[in-house]
Design a protein around this ligand. Sequence first.
Ligand SMILES: Nc1ncnc2c1ncn2[C@@H]1O[C@H](COP(=O)(O)OS(=O)(=O)O)[C@@H](OP(=O)(O)O)[C@H]1O
Ligand SMILES: Nc1ncnc2c1ncn2[C@@H]1O[C@H](COP(=O)(O)OP(=O)(O)O)[C@@H](O)[C@H]1O
Length: 616
Amino acid sequence: MRTTGERTALLVDEARAAELTAASLRWQSVTLSAVQLAELELRLSGGYPPRDDPPPDHGHNGPASPARPASPASPAWRPSAVASPAPISPAPISPLPGSPPAAPGHPPASPLPAHYPAPQYTVDAGDAGTQDAEKFQPGSTVALRDSEGVMLAALHLTEVVGSALSGTVEGLRLPEHPDYPELRFTPAALRAELLRRGWTAPNEPAPVAVWADGLLHTADLDRIEALGAAGGAVVVLAPVGGADPADARHHLRIRCLKAALATLSDVRALLALVPVQPVTRLTESVAFGPDTVIRFETVTDGGRPTAAGHAVSGRAATAGRQPAGRPGTGQERSTGRGAGGRDGSSGGGGGDGQYQRNAGQETDDRDSEPALAGEVAYRTQVCLAYGFSAMTVGPAPSAPGAAALSMLLDRGTRLPPALTPPAVAAELVRAQPPRSERGLTVLFTGLSGSGKSTLAKLLVCRLLERGDRRVTLLDGDVVRLHLSKGLGFSREDRNANVLRIGFVAASVTAVGGTAVCAPIAPYDDVRHQVRTMVEDSGGGFVLVHVATPLQVCEARDRKGLYAKARAGIIPTFTGVSDPYEEPTDADIVIDTVDASPHDAVQTVLSHLRTDGWLAP
Ligand SMILES: Nc1ncnc2c1ncn2[C@@H]1O[C@H](COP(=O)(O)OS(=O)(=O)O)[C@@H](OP(=O)(O)O)[C@H]1O
Ligand SMILES: Nc1ncnc2c1ncn2[C@@H]1O[C@H](COP(=O)(O)OP(=O)(O)O)[C@@H](O)[C@H]1O
């Protein structure tokens, strides 16, 4: 994250950092999760919450955040706030009551000095994966570390409730990001950047924020243009808290955001990645209606906004003009994004498009309506800390939902410029080619003798005859000769066998191949795991239940195994003395009693064509 060399109220100076580091030898440590790291980063960088910053008129240890004027008529934004804050004085050293003695040669670390702001900070050691939270005691200090063991902050504990550790925090450093360092800004660094660009002259309108939890499409860009038409800068805040820099979907999202913003020529727009968690519901066309610009009150208390002053002024005050290019307004403009007619295919909706999963990496119990309202309040706090005068949350009402887009991509339908800029469309198509060009696993499940092998082999032949898919057959018998050699038929062994098949199938699928598998796979949870593995590899998973009744399988008894099972010679035989859990999530159910093998395979092929996995 860019810091412009400033320290926020919670980041200590080098001397203090050295002091804390020396003292930390004797502290307990908590290794923070990616999400906790993001929360800490936001806090340490001064991005949240503003009320924890010390008043700006502290003189010798003033904060980086700007003083905000009392009068609502004055702009809340003061570029002069970029002036470097006075450094925080190193704290006088005094031992914590009850703290361990200092290591020889090292001064003991102190609790926070009297003049130091003392915001409460809570970390859940359970979430951080710490098992024995009872070892933490109020009065002691905990080192908060990243996954590599680097200490980012000291937490002076005042309260321990279960695994929740609360106390005052002193930051040593911000987490480092290998991905997009040039796009990460602390509030002070953002102010400096806008000033450097000449976008925040004293009489300019204050900058506004646009939260982009997902992507930016044409309607979103229209809205940004409308916001920017007032003359102020528009900062697109992309929440990336907890994002894995090795996750291709994260990079896809950021590439798409950059490509979208590159189409804006008349707006002072800037992309900033912030350590806030993305929220899936905020990537959909929901919730906030057409009036989506939330303006902040500038109520202040002694020159700084109070908590009450952070209230949203009105649920949603409009931007003051109709966004250009909305359907039916006749305002479609000719921009780099194209001016094609809108086809109505941009309607909202949820779903798990490939690119969307990134935006919603975090599972969202924060997705309920009250939780979303809380999220908006939280985002408001962040925007106030960054110095924005207004923000939008959620996509523009007519922007396409992820599910709709994903459906178009799956089918290879061209994304019109009216929906999303061509450069964004190109990124999306590259990441999510049509289904007919993606990897695929077809898994036949059913009792012994139900017809799995017969149908799997026929399907492989039909696919190879077409010539447009590279196919691997993972037949039960063959797998048990090689991949699963030595495994028996206990539940554990069967599960290991099916998971191995799933692993190979997912690998084949990941590189665009087609895996056809034919194990009994009697257990529902393991079949689910295989589905997840394969779908996470970026391809399709089709579960075919070969639902031949037990009596028919037993009557066929090609291998004489049912007779042996009935005679007790084979113990735990599926359907006779071992369970078979009928799938409730089968994509295709085949009745081999009434259909010939040829007809059954035609059913599978026609399903694959209908769902786009095979070209017509
Ligand atoms: N106890 C028991 N239960 C079920 N099946 C048995 C058993 N012992 C041997 N066989 C033979 O092994 C084949 C099933 O292996 P799978 O790998 O498909 O089974 S599983 O998915 O691991 O449950 C199965 O082949 P198919 O008839 O092709 O299904 C049987 O021939
Ligand atoms: N519609 C059908 N689909 C598949 N197999 C069928 C069908 N009708 C009869 N059969 C016969 O059932 C037997 C199924 O054996 P197999 O394919 O080895 O089953 P599994 O692999 O499930 O143990 C074969 O002899 C096959 O010819």
